[in-house]
Design a protein around this ligand. Sequence first.
Ligand code: DQA
Length: 144
Amino acid sequence: MAEVLLLNGPNLGILGIRQPEIYGTQTLADIEKSVADEIAERGWTLRAVQRESEGELIHAVQDAYDTVGAIVNPGALMIAGWSLRDALASYPQPFVEVHLSNVWARETFRHESVLAPIASGAIVGLGALGYRLAARALMEMAEV
Ligand code: DQA
């Protein structure tokens, strides 16, 4: 059974109560369900992982070489998560970077992503919809 990795970084486990005016009111569980529903049409299942620390996210990537693609919201690790970037550079399938908020409309320290240059694409500023669109992109790209 083909699986998609949905990886969320620090502070994304509290979506719903975390600055809802920026990140929306959907919880991470809501988002995980919507992505699972989206990929179900292809018979794919979801492996959802959220961790607060970079090391644990790296382990999740290293354990997911058997998945067909990944959706990654690194949170603030976008700014300097070099070890996570190295882990994703060895991930053998495409991954899409997602940010709920439009990071380029925010503080300048959020304008750079160390992951984006190795991602297949990035979706920012579309809220929870961005995760579903990323799932659709993976379904288009995947060869399975
Ligand atoms: C975020 C944007 C990041 O700058 C921030 O640190 C987050 C959330 C987003 O989804 O908009 O934690 O990745």
